[in-house]
Design a protein around this ligand. Structure first.
Ligand code: AMP
Length: 284
């Protein structure tokens, strides 16, 4: 496995691989890797001939500067984690490599970006679209792998690829959880032991709520979730919404058509955690 910092080195290697007839699988990350990231790499390894993982903490997607400065970074540990797996090339650029000039592009994702993360983190998805489109341009992958953990991000990336007609297949991968149910996240390592214990309450509540679609209407269930999470002294819910998985518009009635997903953002001290779960509606 090679680690490169510059676009020209990366492209030289990728051109050679393409000439050998290999397809390129790409996993964009911000590092501080965990098993959730590795599951994407594994899938890429199963489906493509040559796997590239990028490690880049993208400044343009952080609306909160303290979140950016606090974000965990450890390239050496990440490389050690990736080495035994399917990754063949790590691309770990400096910000100047990705943004030799400030990226002033403004994307418009309509209603997809006006809810949830888009509403509470203004500019976040514009930054995500900037970096992912730039990385796609540089790597030119056949397939790119994203986690459903960032459910709204996946919808935004799919829409970006469709609108810009980027020739890449987007593969969505399931959420990987800790053994107690907490969704794996690079931010989990910033939690102190009390916060870590409290954080499991987020997924536990989502699992419980997903089993209550028979007993409560949508609005009451949303209120129940927020109240239940906030009962824990370390947790403060920013939003909980049950949305249509394609439009991301709030579900009003259980009998609406389409897949329904409950999405939550919770502050645990200074750390902001997100999670989501599919809500199945069984007929009574
Ligand atoms: P990040 O480094 O947080 O930007 O994440 C890089 C990619 O890994 C994104 O596509 C995430 O959705 C995905 N990812 C992060 N955490 C998980 C998880 N627990 N399970 C599956 N995918 C994940």
């Amino acid at each position: 496995m090679q680690v490169v910092k510059h676009i020209n080195e990366l492209q030289l290697i990728l051109n050679k691989m393409r000439m050998q007839g290999l397809t390129i699988g790409f996993v964009p990350t911000m590092g501080a890797l965990h098993i959730g990231h590795l599951s994407l790499v594994e899938k890429a390894g199963q489906e493509t001939g040559f796997v590239v993982v990028s490690i880049f903490v993208n400044p343009t997607q952080f609306n909160d500067q303290s979140d950016l400065s606090r974000y965990p970074r450890n390239l050496q540990k990440d490389v050690e984690l990736l080495a035994p797996g399917h990754c063949q090339l790590v691309f770990a650029p400096e910000p100047e490599e990705i943004y030799p000039e400030p990226d002033t592009r403004q994307f418009n994702f309509g209603s997809l970006e006006q809810v949830m993360e888009g509403k509470f983190r203004p500019g976040h998805f514009n930054g995500v679209a900037q970096v992912v489109s730039r990385l796609f341009d540089i790597v030119q992958p056949d397939k790119a792998y994203f986690g459903m953990k960032d459910f709204q991000q996946l919808a935004i990336i799919n829409e970006m690829v469709r609108r810009l007609e980027i020739p890449v297949e987007i593969v969505s991968c399931p959420i990987i959880r800790e053994s107690d149910g907490l969704a794996m996240s690079s931010r989990n390592m910033l939690l102190n032991p009390d916060q870590r214990k409290a954080a499991v309450h987020i997924s536990t509540t989502l699992f419980e709520a997903a089993n209550k679609t028979n007993g409560l209407n949508v609005e009451d269930l949303c209120q129940w979730v927020v109240k239940r999470i906030n009962e824990n002294e370390f947790l403060n819910t920013e939003y909980f919404e049950i949305v249509n998985s394609e439009t991301l518009l709030p579900v009003k009635n259980w009998n609406e058509s389409g897949e329904k997903v409950g999405c939550v953002a919770v502050h645990c001290g200074k750390i902001r955690l997100i999670d989501n779960m599919k809500f199945e509606v069984r007929s009574a």
